[in-house]
Design a protein around this ligand. Structure first.
Ligand code: MG
Length: 367
């Protein structure tokens, strides 16, 4: 499967070159910009550099350094809470399959769920631009209320600010949430081991492609709908069927390629992805190909990547497929030990290539 890796290992000289390239590639990216660019919000290399250069040194603490979807707080009673926050600047505010309101609720629920949390409550904060129609605000808020009710969670606190006309683009939403993590539940990159199966809970690339086409400046029409959905129930189904599940992450901004890179950064193993196994709807694949965008970096808002022990993979897939949000679940790869810290894609033609962290921002303001 990993010809590339074996070939390189076979030749000492090439291996040495490879190691030097890898050492260079694995250096944490440095912040060289003097002003913020759109790439700093893309979740890839530039975001990591901004985080390392500005936020980490200022806020530095052990929980933040874990870089998980949600921080895990331990209460004096010993019970654990997952705590997460997210902002939503999607453009346009409404797209096939959902709106900024749906994303704002689902995004935070999903970050909580990826730590094994059962969501308890959400907050919502709005930054509104002077002149924004009240009717449009009402619609987005109704979407949030619907999404929260469908997920069985309340929005219990919030805030509203207004800035002058021209100082913002309509509206921005921030949500935070807390969730209870049942005793004994521990999802962590540190538990990932060689031989584990890498699973996608369904088709990839739907959300990013839907939003991109909704902008209408590509003169491209296709029947593509965002997958925005709350994943906490699907997570419960997975953990019931595959209790030794190691690690979960929703493949939002930056896509499956980026979350796999985050995983190998944290566990120092290899993710080998099988291109032929990647689940993708034909119109999404066609749109990505036409636009020259790598499907592996396109955002999802209702899909997660799960790592489960090989022995639980069949049960995990069965449970996921039994749930409406996991119908398209499939194994997309496996964990290898060598070479550590890499994501390798075995292409449909049998070649191999390295899947790096996302560079730049092919699809800004996708969530
Ligand atoms: Mg996430």
């Amino acid at each position: 499967m990993t010809d590339l890796v074996q070939n390189l290992a076979a030749s000492g000289r090439e291996a040495a070159v490879f190691e030097r390239i890898e050492a260079f590639r694995r250096r944490r990216p440095r912040l060289l910009d003097e002003v913020v660019t759109l790439a700093h919000g893309a979740g890839g290399k530039a975001s990591a550099a901004l985080l390392d250069a500005v936020f980490m040194p200022a806020f530095s603490n052990e929980l933040l350094r874990m870089s998980t979807d949600a921080a895990v707080l331990t209460l004096p009673s010993g019970e654990r809470l997952a705590f997460s926050t997210d902002s939503f600047v999607v453009k346009p505010l409404r797209f096939p399959g959902g709106s900024a309101g749906h994303l704002a609720v689902h995004g935070t629920i999903n970050d909580l769920a990826m730590m094994g949390g059962r969501p308890l409550a959400l907050s919502a904060a709005f930054v509104l631009e002077e002149g924004f129609p009240i009717d449009s605000l009402r619609e987005i808020v109704a979407d949030m209320a619907d999404a929260a009710a469908a997920a069985g969670i309340d929005i219990v606190t919030g805030d509203t600010k207004v800035v002058e006309h021209g100082a913002a683009d309509g509206m921005y939403i921030s949500t935070s949430g807390v969730a209870a993590i049942p005793a004994g539940r521990q999802l962590s990159a540190a538990k990932v081991a060689e031989g584990d199966a890498v699973i996608s809970s369904g088709t990839i690339g739907d959300h990013g492609t839907a939003v991109m086409l909704a902008r209408g400046d590509l003169a491209l029409e296709a029947d593509i709908v965002s997958d925005t959905a709350p994943l906490h129930e699907l997570m419960e189904c997975l953990l019931a069927a595959a209790p030794s599940t190691r690690w979960l992450r929703d493949a939002t901004r930056g896509g499956v390629g980026t979350v796999c890179n985050e995983l190998v950064r944290d566990c120092n193993l290899t993710v080998v992805l099988d291109e032929a196994a990647l689940p993708v709807r034909p119109p999404v694949a066609a749109a990505c190909e036409l636009l020259g965008i790598d499907l592996l970096y396109v955002a999802n808002e209702g899909k997660f990547v799960a790592v489960v022990p090989a022995g639980e993979a069949a049960d995990a897939l069965g449970a996921l497929r039994d749930h409406p949000l996991g119908r398209g679940a499939v194994q997309i790869g496996e964990i290898r030990a060598e070479p550590p810290g890499l994501v390798v894609l075995v292409t449909a033609f049998g070649g191999t290539r390295i899947v790096d962290m996302l560079v730049g921002d092919p699809l800004p303001r996708i969530c």
